[in-house]
Design a protein around this ligand. Structure first.
Ligand code: GUN
Ligand code: ZN
Length: 448
């Protein structure tokens, strides 16, 4: 038997066991000056340094991050890797933005070498922001997915991706057919789903760009391949919703289009859901389908204000997504900040504990991966992030004035960004370290 590999990090450790909106202080565990011990890339033990220092074998080097916060890796439940080249494109709302910027950008992904170059840039961004798992759109080209999975596999990342299905209302150069889309998706599933840490998502772009026949074939794929995901967009923008009603006049509402083709379920993830009627919300809850809430994107495209509280009260599974390139940041901390402000505009709120829960365990639950990632329970995959609450001059000044953990987390969520991420660990090993990070005993500052 091969020798067991033990790795350990030391710092202030926080993770969630359930939703703090439902279980308050019982929902999380916080160990000030704790140690997280990993064995062969999985969580072995979490405890106070005081307790664990004596029992960890001497040869195990403990990486010490004094004053830093160690949390589970962030999970982005909706993002488009090909759109990194058009992030921050000016001046349009959804439908015009797709025509003007998105479709021409996605055209280039017929070239697998180009796609691999972009996938590399994208994964560097994700990991340097502390995101360790994502549910990712490719383009209509199967080679865009091969490119993405090749790069994710080389880094041992847990990633979910799929080829876009799109057989109408788009340029010819991005169009597949119900049959070619079915075949190409099936072949990609056979090639990638369940390989290492990779999983496949059947990915109709959204109802307007798929014929009824294509949505029917997507339903076939889902039925024939248990365990694969279904990933699409839903009720993001008012003009889009009106268009769906014209294209599918017999449907009760937008979600009902997908429902009629058997596309709802425990591994179905719908991006946005900004404008949903009560019936659609209830149907999401009843089928255990998930919403990916993408606050940065909703603000950037002027799509609307997401009803987080209503969906949570109904028990709808919900994660956070960046939706880059409509979202303008890869950072889950900035995503928390936008999510908070969207609730404020509706007279509601989002406490920091709930925001950190959503970006970790809540998003794992949305992806039905809660028994694999999302917190530091024994046996889970050891993907985690080391955050430096003093990463900038302003943060340093402000954090000194935070009176408790909740306040420190809120400041991190409002003022933090990629600079706040000192290190990102994948399966117990550091895959990213910010260069200016200092691990000298007692030092919590950068540039020293
Ligand atoms: N709806 C259909 N396609 C897209 C896309 O690429 N981005 C966003 N935000 N919404 C969409
Ligand atoms: Zn999207």
């Amino acid at each position: 038997m091969s020798k067991k590999t033990l790795t350990a990090v030391r710092g202030n450790i926080l993770h969630f066991l359930s939703d703090p909106a439902l279980h308050g202080d019982e929902a999380y565990q916080y160990v000030e000056d704790g140690i997280l011990l990993c064995e062969n890339g999985h969580i072995k033990k979490l405890g106070s340094a005081h307790e664990l220092l004596g029992e960890i074998p001497e040869e195990v080097e403990i990486e010490h991050y004094p004053g830093h916060l160690i949390v589970p890796g962030f999970i982005d439940t909706h993002v488009h890797y090909p759109q990194i080249g058009m992030i921050a494109a000016y001046g349009e709302q959804l439908l015009e933005w797709l025509e003007t910027y998105t479709f021409p950008t996605e055209r280039r992904f017929s070239d697998q070498v180009y796609a691999e170059q972009v996938a590399e840039v994208f994964l560097n961004e994700l990991v340097s922001c502390g995101t360790t798992t994502a549910l990712v759109f490719g383009t209509v080209h199967p080679q865009s997915v091969d490119a993405f999975f090749n790069k994710a596999e080389a880094r041992n990342l847990r990633m979910i991706c799929g080829k876009v299905l799109m057989d109408r209302n788009c340029p010819d150069y991005l169009r597949d057919s119900a049959e070619s889309g079915y075949r190409e998706s099936r072949d990609l599933i056979n090639r990638w789903h369940g390989k290492d840490r990779l999983q496949y998502a059947i990915t109709p772009r959204f109802a307007p760009t798929s014929s009824p026949e294509q949505l029917g074939r997507a339903g076939d794929l889902l039925r024939e391949n248990p365990g694969v995901y279904m990933h699409t967009h839903l009720s993001e923008n008012k003009n889009e919703i009106a268009w769906v009603q014209e294209l599918y006049p017999d449907s009760k509402h937008y979600l009902d289009v997908y429902d009629r083709y058997n596309l709802l379920g425990n591994r179905s993830v719908f991006a946005h859901g900004v404008h949903l009627c009560d019936d659609a919300c209830q149907r999401l809850a009843d089928t255990q389908s998930a919403i990916a809430h993408c606050p940065s994107s909703n603000l950037f495209l002027g799509s609307g204000l997401f009803p987080l509280q209503k969906l949570r009260d109904l028990g709808v599974k919900m994660g956070f997504g960046t939706d880059v390139g409509a979202g303008t940041s890869f950072s889950m901390l900035q995503t928390m900040s936008d999510a908070y402000k969207i609730q404020q505009l509706q007279g509601s709120t989002l406490p920091a504990m709930q925001a950190f829960y959503r970006a970790t365990l809540g998003s794992a639950e949305a992806l039905d991966l809660q028994s694999t990632i999302g917190n530091f329970e024994y046996g889970k995959e050891a993907d985690f992030v080391v955050l430096n609450p003093r990463a900038s001059t302003l943060l340093n000044f402000r954090v000194d004035r935070a009176r408790n953990l909740e306040e420190q987390l809120f400041v991190l969520a409002m003022l933090g960004d990629d600079r706040t991420v000192s290190a990102t660990y994948i399966m117990g090993e550091a895959q990213f370290k910010r260069e200016d990070h200092c691990t000298k005993a007692g030092c919590t500052h950068t540039h020293c």
